[in-house]
Design a protein around this ligand. Structure first.
Ligand code: NI
Ligand code: MN
Length: 225
């Protein structure tokens, strides 16, 4: 499983020759100006919730690639009404896609589209493929529900927001890593706006103090698990 950081909370996954984009917010992200949205490959676009900083480039990528949009029922209904291909899910449910299994799980946040359309309850995704399991938290507070996730399968990586203000901060993310029983964390949802700027070295040290690794990828870089 290859995971490329596209800035903010945007990821590109390559699993079993399939391309999966998560929460694309690229074209308005000054920090991600080296990423060309039009060059992104996508078979699927996973959307955690409807906020603008997670859905900005969904339609562009779906138009370019014909990708299937996977999210909760409210978000997929919104895109289906615009003619896009979708796969609706809801909390606690899983589906075996051609690249692996995806489960939509709880997040503590809010979710409405920039035009005011209700986006349902926000979520995150657990992806199981090639005997690796990753959890992509989406925008969320620290929540005790995270303890439920590794009960099904131990995690190899958790992707957690660490920017504070809109989501949990680094300290809560270290507690989340404990709840999730995971050693490796990829941080996201930081630095994009003034409200969520963090000190990278301090953040890494806080994880190291708990014998965990915080990975902070330069935008465009990848990690393999
Ligand atoms: Ni949000
Ligand atoms: Mn956000």
């Amino acid at each position: 499983m290859k995971i490329t950081y596209l800035g903010h909370a945007s990821l590109a996954l390559e699993i079993n020759d399939k391309h999966i984009i998560v929460d694309p917010f690229i074209s308005a992200n000054e920090l991600a100006k080296n990423i060309d949205v039009k060059s992104l490959k996508a078979d699927y676009i996973l959307v955690t919730h409807a906020h603008g900083d997670h859905i900005l480039d969904v339609e562009t990528i779906a138009n370019n690639t014909g990708a299937v949009i996977v999210s909760n029922a409210e978000i997929t209904a919104y895109y289906e009404s615009k003619g896009f291909k979708t796969h609706p899910m809801n909390h606690g449910g899983s589906w075996m896609f051609d690249f692996g299994k995806v489960k939509y799980v709880n997040a503590i946040h809010s979710s409405s589209f920039p035009d005011g359309t209700y986006g349902g309850q926000p979520g995150g995704f657990v992806i199981e493929a090639n005997e690796k399991n990753i959890y992509i938290a989406g925008d969320t507070a620290l929540t005790y529900d995270m303890k439920l996730i590794p009960l099904r399968n131990p995690l190899d990586l958790a992707v957690l927001p660490i920017g504070d203000n809109f989501t949990m901060d680094v300290d809560d993310a270290t507690i989340a890593a404990e709840f999730l029983n995971v050693t490796k964390v990829l941080g996201y949802h930081f630095d994009t706006f003034g409200y969520i700027k963090i000190d990278h070295e301090v953040a890494k040290q806080k994880f190291a103090n708990k014998h965990k690794e915080l990975i902070l990828l330069p935008i465009g870089d990848s990690t393999q698990i």
